[in-house]
Design a protein. Structure first.
Length: 398
């Protein structure tokens, strides 16, 4: 029987600065090549990948972080490219910055510090000027005020729980809350039955949802009109959640007292009472290391065993890897796919040792372990034969 040999060295490309903890995961049979046009996997943070062409060897993209709106996820799914993210790995970093800016901004700290620095050159008049000028920065205490948290996932739940410890009343809204998060959420977080209820009752609102077609522009003229006068809004999620023209008007009129955003752009910088933070939510050493390590581990596991954990476009699937030859196929979630794949394998007189099939929406993933290990090589024709089955997206033999 003639055989072809599997490619051993795998190429990893990074599109952003990825912490060493992640890159160090790739040793021995890997090379990091950021110039590669045809990597096996890409590690990315916020780089916008929407206009990139993908090489034919690309099997995985890992977002070292939570939001995947910079990745063309649907296109990846159609091409059988697994997109991973790192749920929760940067949640503590974001939570700490949300609470920091909530308090700092409520006390007008950023403007106050800027003003104090502007007194440079006033010599021994500085202390006197400070005392006479500080009244313009009188702030508000957060104790006893209501914080509305939209999205009670990894970040929102941490923010909600810790805000209670700061003596705030907390009201949360998340129609899709996961069971895990619900278990971790304090029972003192009140549940808003609608987003309007949260808008109407919050002195401060913080949003922690992904940017999707459903959440885009959720802060707009209509929703501002429901909110309390002078409400302070924190956006550490994505710029597109907020209609910029509408918030500029709401800030100008004082309806929105402050807009703290991790996503500055030219128009935000011009807005009265906007507090622009240079996308620092996840920028701690700990968070960058956590995200990079988790992203890299997930990619390595997938490339070497086919197992999938924390994908945003394909189902999680795991089969203990015994070193036997493994056929891994992405396919449409339609009847008789597994039957057709196993029948193709049995045409080669190969025994099936184990298998797993998982589906997610319109797509599914099947891994089949073959009993007979063919000396580290692949039987020619098998992949082609499976790829010719209608509904198959891609097939890999590991
Ligand atoms: N500023 C930063 O550096 C930074 C860092 C991490 C994450 N983020 C952003 O924050 C977002 C949230 O991150 P996370 O780790 O908490 O994600 P997560 O997936 O753990 O939580 C998101 C939550 O939003 C909920 N949700 C979805 N649609 C909703 C809707 N219409 N109304 C209310 N809730 C809704 C989901 O049910 C989920 O519980 C990310 O998608 C990303 O865009 C930003
Ligand atoms: O990589 C970063 O610094 C930001 C990550 C953040 O926006 C995310 O969605 O996880």
């Amino acid at each position: 029987m003639s055989v072809i040999t599997l490619e051993k060295v795998k190429t990893i490309k990074t599109l952003n600065n990825i912490a060493e903890s992640g890159l160090n995961v790739f040793r021995d049979d890997y090379k990091i090549d950021n110039e590669s046009e045809n990597p096996d996997a890409i590690l990315v943070r916020s780089f916008n990948m929407h206009s990139l062409d993908f090489g034919h060897d690309l099997k995985a993209i890992a977002r070292a972080g939570a939001g995947v709106n910079n990745i063309p996820v649907d296109k990846c799914t159609e091409q059988g490219i697994v997109v991973f993210n790192t749920p929760g790995a940067n949640a503590n970093a974001v939570k700490e910055l949300v609470l920091t800016t909530l308090m700092a901004s409520s006390r007008n700290l950023f403007a106050g510090v800027q003003w104090a620095k502007s007194l440079e050159g006033e010599g021994d008049q500085v202390p006197k000027l400070v005392e006479s000028g500080k009244k313009q920065f009188v702030g508000k205490e957060i104790k006893g005020k209501t914080l509305g948290v939209i999205g009670l996932g990894a970040i929102g739940a941490l923010v909600a729980n810790d805000a209670l410890d700061l003596d705030m009343d907390v009201i949360g809204f998340d129609p899709f809350i996961s069971v895990d998060t619900a278990w971790n959420l304090s029972r003192n977080v009140k549940r808003a039955m609608s987003i309007e209820e949260l808008f109407a009752n919050s002195d401060y609102i913080t949003v922690h949802v992904p940017l999707t077609d459903d959440t885009k522009g959720m802060f707009n003229e209509v929703t501002f009109s429901i909110m309390k006068e002078g409400v302070q809004i924190l956006n550490f999620s994505r710029d597109g959640l907020v209609n910029e023209e509408d918030i500029a008007v709401a800030l100008e009129s004082g309806k929105v007292g402050k807009y703290i955003t991790d996503f500055p752009n030219e128009s935000v910088l011009k807005m009265k009472n906007a507090v622009p933070i240079p996308h620092l939510g996840a920028s701690t050493q700990e968070s960058e290391e956590n995200c990079a390590f988790m992203a890299a581990r997930q990619v390595k596991e997938f490339l070497e065993t086919g197992n999938i954990k924390n994908s945003v476009n394909f189902p999680n699937a795991s089969l203990p890897y015994t070193g036997k030859r493994r056929v891994a196929a992405f396919h449409k979630n339609v009847p008789n796919m597994v039957g057709q794949i196993t029948s193709a394998i049995s045409d080669y007189h190969l025994n099936i040792a184990d298998m797993v099939n998982r589906s997610r929406g319109d797509y599914a993933y099947t891994m089949i372990d073959i009993e007979d290990k063919v000396n580290g090589d692949v039987i020619p024709g098998l992949v082609d034969k499976i790829n010719h089955i209608e509904g198959i997206v891609t097939t890999r033999v590991i």
